[in-house]
Design a protein around this ligand. Structure first.
Ligand code: ADP
Ligand code: F6P
Length: 465
């Protein structure tokens, strides 16, 4: 078995003591790399301003080499903040209204993908397996093939794949579709994403071919695709978390200072928790509106329940994200100002990250996990909230039906985040649920998450590739 070569925009480097950064993907892929030996290639996280990026740097850690490239400010603006996060991200999340297409940024996206291919090429050996992650790097396989790479190359899309009418609104959608056909295996989070992708190919109609129809022998979650002169596989691999480790962390974290202080400051009040990057796809303004609707609809809950929204800034160079940050601050201020009491603040809004252990403990303290994205590839917060619960007294997950996780977490109370009255009812249903029903719903979800953890996801993908 050859080496594994992982490529992603961000590279989760271990710290000086060799500890891995938190997060399911980082842990699982590190485990696979450690087993087989290999390379994790990607952006160093550094911008070199107006200079051209220097040569790659390599950092070895056991059997893994981290090979990192810097980016220039122009690369960052055009490739990352521009095409990846102002065109692909909004379109793939069905936000055509927020997409800002510019030819210069598209050129930057393809330029950085070519640069990644040039820098990766000298590192490759013939029996390496290459695994490329996410929307930043869709054209990378095509660039590698152009340079003569014959290795098996897999791609996993962490975000949703949109319906054809939305994708086709993007001026260069055909280049994106064609680029994907250079992979041997394309992984999606859910069968909806796979269906959307296959429908795009069918609508595009390569003459003389019928791409994407699953054969009778295959499960509905996999398809053999013939398109653009190649035959390859597309399938679903729902990403999981390190369920058992996260549950253990949550049960240990009860004594941490953050959790103790939070509990003490809450008194007898119930805690509802929301944890997200500040991203418009997460539905944070809609969630705050739903919470306000809930407080009006159930006035007996006023003074007795608090929403803790932890939302660190994200992609702050992108104007839509800056606007959202201001809007969320104003909205929290409005709710607290109009409904708050001298000794009760309805919403506690924390605009930063919290450590993994505190996060696990806060999830466990919360009676309700409020996870209401407008659209989300998977949403790992939903899975973490479930894993963190006390089996004897679990909280209730209120989950948007538009999160990939809703396809799996059958014990959640589902809601439509666009309907604030329905979400308010879901919150009330969660808060008033009997202990028996809470335990039964939680057990169902926890058993599933234990059987489908992130290590399994990694194994399944690599096996299929
Ligand atoms: P996305 O990948 O779009 O950010 P996910 O919900 O799939 O969304 O994953 C987010 C990850 O980031 C989770 O592992 C979550 O614990 C972590 N995270 C999100 N917000 C915070 C925060 N405020 N503090 C610490 N970790 C966070
Ligand atoms: O889940 C999608 C994703 O883009 C991941 O690839 C990434 O780790 C995460 O969101 C955070 O985004 P960014 O790297 O832009 O901060």
């Amino acid at each position: 078995m050859g080496r594994l070569i992982v490529v992603s925009n961000r590279v989760p480097l271990p710290d000086k003591r060799g500890n891995l950064p938190a997060g399911g993907l980082a842990v699982a892929v590190h485990a696979a790399l450690q087993e087989r030996g290999g390379i994790w290639f990607g952006w160093s996280g550094k911008s070199v301003g107006s200079a051209e990026p220097g040569p790659v740097t390599t950092r070895d850690n056991g059997k893994i080499s981290y090979v990192l490239t810097d980016l220039s400010k122009r690369d960052m603006d055009e490739y990352y903040s521009g095409f990846a996060n102002r065109v692909l991200w909004p379109i793939f999340h069905c936000r055509l209204d927020l997409a800002e297409y510019a030819r210069r940024e598209k050129d930057g996206y393809f330029r950085v993908n070519r640069m990644f291919a040039d820098r990766l090429l000298p590192l490759l050996e013939p029996d390496d397996t290459i695994w490329i992650h996410d929307y930043h790097l869709i054209p990378l396989a095509e660039e590698l093939r152009r340079r003569g790479v014959k290795n098996r190359i897999g791609f996993f899309l962490h975000i949703p794949w949109p319906p054809a009418d939305i994708l086709f609104a993007m001026p260069i959608y055909d280049q994106i579709l064609r680029g994907l056909s250079s992979y041997d295996l394309i992984g999606f989070q859910t069968d909806h994403d796979l269906d959307n992708y296959v429908s795009c190919l069918i609508r595009e109609g390569e003459p003389g071919r019928a791409p994407g129809t699953p054969t009778a022998a295959e499960s509905p979650a996999a398809a053999t695709v013939e398109a653009y002169g190649r035959t390859f596989k597309a399938a679903t691999f729902a990403i999981g978390i390190e369920t058992a480790d996260f549950a253990a962390l949550a049960s240990r974290s009860k004594g941490t200072a953050t959790v103790r202080d939070m509990r003490a400051s809450m008194g007898q009040r119930d805690l509802i928790i929301g944890v997200d990057r500040l991203d418009y796809s997460k539905g944070i303004p809609e969630r705050i509106s739903a919470f306000e609707t809930f407080l009006h609809a159930y006035p007996e809950r006023q003074g007795k329940v608090t929403l803790l929204q932890v939302a660190p800034s994200s992609r702050s160079d992108v104007p839509e994200y800056q606007q959202m940050q201001q809007a969320v601050e104003a909205q929290c201020g409005h709710v607290n100002g109009t409904l708050g009491q001298i000794d009760w603040t309805p919403i506690r809004y924390v605009n930063r990250s919290v450590g993994r252990s505190s996060l696990a403990g806060l999830y466990r303290e919360a009676r309700v996990g409020l996870v209401t994205p407008l659209r989300d590839g998977m949403n790992l917060v939903a899975k973490e909230y479930v894993a963190a619960q006390d089996p004897d007294d679990p909280g209730v997950l209120v989950l948007s039906r538009f999160a990939g996780a809703a396809r799996e977490l059958k014990g959640a109370v589902l809601c439509n985040p666009h309907d604030s009255e329905q979400t308010a009812q879901a919150i009330e249903r969660a808060l008033s649920m009997s202990i028996e029903e809470r335990r039964e719903r939680w057990r169902r979800m926890m058993d599933y998450l234990l059987a489908h953890d992130v290590k399994q996801w990694c194994r399944d993908f690599l096996h299929a590739l």
